[in-house]
Each structure stands twice: as C-alpha cells, then as structure tokens.
Design a protein around this ligand. Sequence first.
Ligand code: ATP
Ligand code: MG
Length: 503
Amino acid sequence: MSEENYVLELEHIRKEYPGVVALKDVTLQLRRGEVLGLIGENGAGKSTLIKCCTGAVIPTSGKIRVNGREFDRMSPQLASENGIAVIYQEFNNVGELSAAENLFLGRPIRKGMIIDRAAMEREAQKAFEQLHIKINPKELVKNLSVGYQQMIEIAKAIQQNAQVLIMDEPSAPLTSAEVESMFKVVELLRTKGVSIIYISHRLEEIFRLSDRIEVIRDGEYVTTLITPQATVDELIKLMVGREMTQKYPPRKNCINKDKVVLELDNVCGNGDKNMSLKLHAGEVLGLGGLVGAGRTELAEVIFGSKPIESGRMLLNGKEICPKSSREAIDLGIALVPEDRKRHGALLGNSIKNNINMPIYERISRFSVINSKTELEIAEKYRKDIQIKCPTLNQLVKNLSGGNQQKVILAKWLAADCQLIIFDEPTRGIDVGAKYEIYKLINDLVESGRSVLMISSEMEELMGMSDRIIVLAENRMTGELAKEEFNSDKIMAYASGITDETKE
Ligand SMILES: Nc1ncnc2c1ncn2[C@@H]1O[C@H](COP(=O)(O)OP(=O)(O)OP(=O)(O)O)[C@@H](O)[C@H]1O
Ligand SMILES: [Mg+2]
C-alpha cells in the first residue's frame, strides 16, 4: 500500500527514561477514516506512544510522519497544526467557565477588542449539534457530567479540524449510558473521515469499534490484526504473552455462615435509605447496580467517611459508628476507592512508601521504621499483582495509569483488614493483572476475611461474588444467591424493579 493512505505513521519509536525503556521499538500506521484499537498490558507503553504523537513526550529516536510529512519530534503546536488531537483521561476543562467558553479556550472569538460571547455560543451550539449532543453552551462545565465534559473535549478537537483523534481509555470514567453516546460520536466521526486511535482495556469495546487492532507488549510492537478476523483469546495471548484459559481463579468454599462480620440494620446515610445486609466471614458479597445507584455512598458510610443518620451497624456483633476513615481502619475496615487518582496515591512518593502508608505504625518500633519489613511487604505485592516498575523507589507519578492503581490496591491489601470494600477493583487494569487481583481477593476470603465488592461489570460481579445485592436509587432492590445469578435479573433489579413491584 502506498504511503499516502496513512494519515499518521510512527516508525521505530524508542523512548528511554532513567532506568526504564518505556518504548523499545514501536511502529504504528493509521489509515484515513479507520478506527485503530491499541491494546497492551498496563505499562506496555500505550500512553507514552500517543504522547509522542502530540509532543507531550519527545521520543529518544524514531520517526513520525503525518500525511507523508516527516518529523523527528512533535510539539503541541505542530501536532495541532497537523490535525492531531488527543482526549486524555484527565480533561483540560475549566469548571468555572461555560461549555462554549471551554470550546474556545485559548482562542476566543472576538469582535474588535471584545470577546464575542454570543458568537461563541452560536458556534458551540452548531458544533454540539453536529455531533448530535445536547449541551447548553451557556452551562458551566462543572455542572456537567463527566460524559458531557468529554464530549466538549471531542467537540473542541473537531472544531480545530482534527484529522486524527486519539482517545486514551475514554470509557474508563463514563457510565454505561455515556459510553453508548461516546460510541455514537466515534462512529459518526469515522463516517466523516476522521481517523481514530482508541485505547482500552475492555476488549468488547475494541471489537465493537475498531477496524484493525495493534498489540504492543513491553514497549515493543507485536502485531496488527484485522478486527473481524481476531478473537478475544488470541488478543489476550498476544498481549499477555501466554494463554489464559480461565477468567476467574477457582475458590474454595470458605464461607462461615456462623460468623457475621458486618451487619447493617436499616442504615440510612449519605443519601442511602434502609440498608440491611449481613456479610459473613470468608464471603465475597457483590454490590450491583447502575452508576449512581448509591453503592459508593454505602461504602463511604461503612468506611466512616460519611455519617450514619439512622439504623445500626455491627462489626462482629458489636455496634460501631466510625466517624472517620482512620477509625474504620483501626476497626479493621478498608476501602479501596473507585476514584483512585483523587483518593488513593501520593503521586510524589515512592511505590514502597505508598504501599506501607497505612501500616507504618505496625512496622515501626520507637518511631523507627523496620526498613527490611517495609521492603519485603512492597516486594510481595509487586510480585503478586505484577506492578511494573524498575525499582520500588520509583515515584508513583512515573508509573503507567494501571500500575498506579495496582499500588493503591496493594496499599489496602497490606493494611491487612478483616473487611475490605473494593469499589470497581479492576477498572483500567489489564486482563492478566485482573486475574491476579481476583486471586488476591480469593486469598483474602480463604483466610477468613470478608469482601464487599462494587462492580459495574456484570461478568466480574457474577464471576467473583458468592451473593449479590442490587441497589437502585439509593435503595436495595434485590438479592441473589449464587445459583440464581442471571444478568437479566440483575439488570431488572438495577433498573428499580423489585420482586414486589412485579407481583
Ligand atoms: N515520566 C516517566 N518516568 C519514568 N518512567 C515512565 C515515565 N512515564 C512512563 N514511564 C514508564 O513507561 C512505561 C510505559 O508507560 P505507559 O504509561 O505508556 O503505559 P500504558 O501502556 O499506557 O499502561 P496503562 O494501561 O497502565 O495505562 C511504564 O513502565 C512507566 O512506568
Ligand atoms: Mg496508559
């Protein structure tokens, strides 16, 4: 095929950091009007590669060609002039400004010396309509959902005439309804001839959207496949480098029905109403429901970060009322939060430091940290959940997105609590590491601990839970024992249909 057919070509890209080669040798060719799925394990180099396309990262060596024109390196200015735009996971929106003002951020429409707000709003309206999205241009961005904020970023790229749109895990922060709207926009853009690179750990999205799939592993190009000819198993094998026959590791039945670890008796708080449940030792209790159903809210109440307004909470039969997360941790309750960037890691600290954070008191004597234990604990989790890093002294901010999440997970596992609440434990985590995380959850319950697991991934919820409770609109709508697991039934409960309403 002649070169003119490619809008973007990356040739033998290499990127070295002190102590790490993030990209060894990666080649990528993007055809006009295609969606290219880019997949690989956490730390494979996907984000680094796309940052090379925009000049956010300068490659150590390699060539970049845009519409046949060759560049040794990009700069944000050059990338933008050449029609390359990226939707990063952290948006650059300004919350205090309106949707229209954000769309024209840094290049406002002027009438003489004055900013022409009306014209910007008109243009914004047109841009949103083109993408079939309903956003009021006057609305402040901080009042818009994450999905709409992302749409503004996409609209901005299109406004600036982007020919190449790169999306780095765009679905990760979105609700399922928002994901659907985003897919529609991606499909629309493809019909308009925009070329798209789509990065995701959710293979079903890659299959649904892409024309071709490029796999990279450990900073190296592996292969490119034509989507309809690829299979899930094949892709996993190419990414992970080995066969993965099982998705969920087997677990011994270790539920101790005689030992109720956590009991909620009509608990109200943080918006949730009348929550009653029992969680046994050795049990994984899944919390299902749509985003916004009140699952995270419930987790916050149990973890003491939000107060109980009425009702009783018992831990091992004793009434408790933790007023802070510190108190909850001391009681033996851990919460691995959903928004790990904001609540989880100290980005400027080392991996070792982050993992040991909740247990420094335990591993110190007379305020002196036992550095051997500190290192051993960090090393154990690096191995167990495959944190990809040159050394445990690496700063967390220099890790890939998925590896940052693993550090936070490790930190809560190291805290060695008897009740661990996981809020979306595998979001942004690659298939191989997901399996390792499931194994760790199994280890936890097999050693008598209890797990409350919030997950929006139906398959994961059913694959890992012993029992599932479903929430809708801040209330419990149904409960299913393992034999009754059925996705239609869970979806019905999640949309607010209870057994009573059916009768
Ligand atoms: N500024 C940096 N300093 C040192 N190492 C870095 C830096 N940025 C990235 N790396 C390393 O480069 C490698 C590739 O990271 P990258 O973020 O590109 O991975 P990724 O494929 O996007 O992973 P994920 O799926 O987890 O987002 C990782 O090992 C990461 O630790
Ligand atoms: Mg990444």
